[in-house]
Design a protein around this ligand. Structure first.
Ligand SMILES: NC(=O)c1ccc[n+]([C@@H]2O[C@H](COP(=O)([O-])OP(=O)(O)OC[C@H]3O[C@@H](n4cnc5c(N)ncnc54)[C@H](OP(=O)(O)O)[C@@H]3O)[C@@H](O)[C@H]2O)c1
Length: 320
């Protein structure tokens, strides 16, 4: 009662077409999005997973008594199905749901949360008359974190969507219901969009791993390194948010500091030569950004690029 009233007051009460939700794939994404929808007045009518164990765990969190490892547990009055299985199984799952005889497909909305797949993955359901779209949460939900720690990060996020005009309209309403926003991704650019998400999250984590590895050389432990680097990391993000990567860029490359950059490469070669390809590639990207910033001349950019190549190309020649 309280939840529904709160949702109505905030203007997010579920539209008629999205009041009864079945979650298929009771992992991190299914459980977290299900929880935010529950908070906003959607009733979870079924939780289905590959194993009953996962289904039961998620169902408990989502206050749903109907859980199963079989699609036949999806009740006939369902009007929204969220498929949050690994992307390799989305098409198979869609095909199996399309075979259910108790569902009114014409009244059904079905979406999947894969970053790689488009709405086409749900073609068997669309053929039956369901409204289908892709609905990829542009957020990272680490599997090892408890659900309650992840839920706050699911509010106010973007969802990468595609589908027919009618489907996009419903996808946008679903994003609003989740207190988020929709971002239309042309199907032909889906893989590129997903690669961009990988750069934003996974490559950022990899970069933090590099900082951790490098700072171990001057005595910082796995736990200490973040405390030490947090101010510079957060300021970099904040400065970028307030302006742009180009304007936020500082440092030796942006200043065209040939000697400093040369010394950096010599130090990386000495203390962790395995990082030279990474350091080289990112330095080249920094040179490109410094050119866009207009802080270095074309000649200075070429000189910096030569330093990078002298360390990275000679290294690959050194390999057996
Ligand atoms: N994690 C993220 O950061 C993130 C972010 C955005 C989008 N996504 C996408 O969202 C989807 C789910 O990701 P996730 O991180 O939640 O994965 P996950 O934690 O591994 O959960 C996937 C769930 O799907 C279930 N499952 C697997 N095959 C199934 C099938 N054939 N039928 C029914 N259930 C099945 C698994 O069940 P059992 O546990 O019973 O084996 C598991 O609970 C993926 O497509 C992923 O690419 C993930």
């Amino acid at each position: 009662m309280f939840r529904a009233t709160k949702a109505r007051l905030s203007g997010t009460f579920p539209p008629q077409r999205m009041t009864k939700l079945a979650i298929v794939g009771a992992g991190k994404v299914g459980t977290v999005l299900g929880h935010v929808l529950l908070e906003n007045g959607v009733k979870i009518v079924a939780v289905i997973s590959r194993t009953r164990r996962s289904a039961a765990t998620a169902a408990k969190t989502l206050r749903c008594k109907n859980f199963s490892d079989s699609f036949s547990a999806i009740p006939e009055d369902v009007n929204l199905i969220l498929i949050a299985t690994p992307h390799e199984s989305v098409e198979r799952v869609a095909g199996e749901i399309a075979l259910l005889t108790n569902l009114s497909f014409r009244k059904l909305v079905v979406c999947h949360t894969s970053g790689m797949l488009t709405a086409r993955a749900l073609a068997p359901l669309e053929k039956k008359g369901a409204t289908v779209f892709s609905f990829h949460p542009l957020q990272t939900f680490p599997r090892d974190f408890p659900v309650r720690k992840v839920i706050p990060s699911a509010r106010g996020i973007y969802y990468g969507i595609d589908g027919t005009k009618k489907a996009l309209h419903i996808a946008k309403r679903l994003a609003r219901l989740l207190q988020g926003h929709a971002l239309h991704i042309p199907p032909s650019k889906r893989a590129f969009y997903h690669a961009t998400c990988v750069v934003a999250s996974n490559h950022l984590t990899a970069m933090l791993g590099v900082v951790e590895t490098m700072s171990a050389q001057f005595g910082l432990s796995e736990h200490r390194f973040f405390e030490v680097f947090q101010p510079i990391l957060f300021s970099t993000l904040r400065n970028t948010k307030l302006s742009s990567p180009r304007k936020a860029l500082t440092g030796p490359v942006a200043r065209g500091g040939i000697q400093t950059v040369t010394d950096h490469f010599a130090a990386v070669k000495k203390f962790n030569p395995g990082l030279l390809p990474y350091f080289g590639t990112l330095t080249l990207q920094t040179v490109t950004l410094a050119r866009r910033k207009g802080s270095i001349s074309p000649a200075r950019a070429r000189a910096l690029e030569r330093i990078v190549h002298s360390y990275t190309i000679s290294r690959s020649k050194d390999r057996p």
